[in-house]
Design a protein around this ligand. Structure first.
Ligand code: 2P0
Length: 321
C-alpha cells in the first residue's frame, strides 16, 4: 500500500538567510515561522522496481529529492522508491514548495517504510534538503535554532489563528535562487550584523508570540524582513527581489495599520507580499491589496497543521484535506 503525506508551506516572520560552515545545510540564523493551511503539497511514496520521481504528473530527475532519499538510505535500508508529488499552489507564487515538499517527502517515507522517526528527526532530514522545510514538519508557530537545528512548535495554530493574504505581483520565477543568493550575501559587509542581530530578534519574536502581542510582532517581523532585504541589496551583485507592486503593497499595509487595521507585511526572496492579519481581518486587507496597480491576484489562508499522513492521494487539488 502506498503512503500519502500532506504538508503546508510556511512563512518566516524572523528570517533565515545565510548558511553555517560545513555540510548538512545548517542555517546561519535561527528563524521563526507560521505554517499555512489551504495551500499544500501531497506526496505519495511506495516501493518500486527503480527510483522514480513524478512531479505534478511529469517524471523528472530532481537532484535535491534524490539527495534527500540518499541521506535517508545512509541510516536505513530502503528499497527503490517511487515518489509522486503534487502542489495545489503555483510554483511562482512565492510560497516555497521546497518547504512543504521535503516535509511531506520525509514524513511519507518514514511511515511507508516504518523508519520510526520522531518529528525532530524528520525535521533534521527535511532541513538538510531545504532549510525552511525543517519548519513545515510542525503546524502553527514554529522555531528553528541551534544547537540541533531541528524545528519545534512554539504555539499551536488554534492558539492564535492569524490570517495571511498573499499578494501575487508576478507570475515569473525568481532569477536568483535562495541558496545562491544566501551564499553571495555572506560576503556582504552587512552580513555579520545581520547574523548577530537576528539572534536577538529571534528571542524577542518567541516571547511576543507566546504573549500573542500583535503590535510587537508586527514591528519585529517587518524589521526582520526589511533587514534581510537590506542585506540582499548590499550583496554583490545586489539582489533586488522587489518590483514596483511589492513596494506599493508595503506602503498600503503600513497605511492600513496606521489607520487601525491589525496587519503587517513580510517578503521573502521574491516579489510577492505576505500580509499577516489579526484573526478575521484578511478580507478587508485582500480588498485593499487587490486594488493596487500590479497586484495580479490575492490568496487568503489561515494557519495550518504540520506534516501528516492522510488516506488519499487523489483528492482534488485545491482542497487541503
Ligand atoms: C526563510 N527563506 O526563513 C527564508 C527567508 C527565503 C527568505 O528559507 O538553501 O529554500 O534550500 O536551505 O529554505 C528560502 O530558502 O533555502 C528561505 P535552502 P530555502 O523562509
Amino acid at each position: 500500500m502506498p503512503t500519502t503525506a500532506v504538508a503546508h508551506p510556511n512563512i518566516a516572520l524572523i528570517k533565515y538567510w545565510g548558511k553555517a560552515q560545513g555540510e548538512l545545510n545548517v542555517p546561519a540564523t535561527p528563524s521563526l515561522s507560521i505554517t499555512l493551511d489551504t495551500l499544500c503539497t501531497r506526496t505519495q511514496v511506495q516501493s518500486a522496481a527503480r527510483d522514480r520521481i513524478v512531479l505534478d504528473g511529469n517524471e523528472t530527475d530532481d537532484a535535491k529529492i534524490s539527495a534527500c532519499i540518499a541521506a535517508l538510505r545512509e541510516a536505513h535500508a530502503l528499497p527503490p522508491i517511487e515518489v509522486e508529488t503534487r502542489n495545489n499552489f503555483p510554483t511562482a507564487s512565492g510560497l516555497a514548495s521546497s518547504a512543504s515538499g521535503f516535509a511531506a517527502l520525509v514524513t511519507a517515507i518514514d511511515h511507508e517504510f516504518g523508519l520510526g522517526m520522531d518529528a525532530a528527526t524528520r525535521s533534521d532530514y527535511a532541513r538538510r534538503a531545504s532549510g525552511s522545510a525543517a519548519r513545515s514538519i510542525h503546524g502553527g508557530f514554529v522555531r528553528l535554532s541551534g544547537p540541533d537545528w531541528r524545528a519545534r512548535q512554539v504555539l499551536a495554530e488554534q492558539a492564535w489563528p492569524l490570517e495571511v493574504v498573499v499578494a501575487i505581483t508576478t507570475t515569473s520565477r525568481k532569477e536568483v535562487s535562495s541558496s545562491v543568493g544566501m551564499r553571495r550575501s555572506m560576503d556582504s559587509p552587512f552580513y555579520q550584523g545581520w547574523v548577530s542581530s537576528t539572534r536577538v530578534d529571534y528571542e524577542a519574536g518567541i516571547a511576543v508570540v507566546i504573549e500573542r502581542d500583535f503590535e510587537r510582532l508586527a514591528e519585529l517581523a517587518e524589521h526582520s524582513c526589511l533587514k534581510m532585504h537590506g542585506l540582499m541589496l548590499a550583496t554583490r551583485p545586489g539582489l533586488i527581489y522587489w518590483n514596483s507592486a511589492t513596494i506599493a503593497c508595503l506602503h498600503a499595509i503600513r497605511e492600513l495599520r496606521a489607520s487601525g487595521t491589525p496587519v503587517f507585511f513580510t517578503v521573502d526572496a521574491g516579489s510577492q507580499v505576505k500580509a499577516i492579519c489579526a484573526p478575521g481581518r484578511a478580507s478587508e486587507v485582500a480588498n485593499t491589496l487587490r486594488a493596487l496597480p500590479g497586484v495580479i491576484e490575492t490568496l487568503v489562508t489561515g494557519l495550518g497543521a504540520g506534516a501528516r499522513i492522510v488516506d488519499d492521494f487523489e483528492r482534488q487539488p485545491g482542497l487541503a484535506e
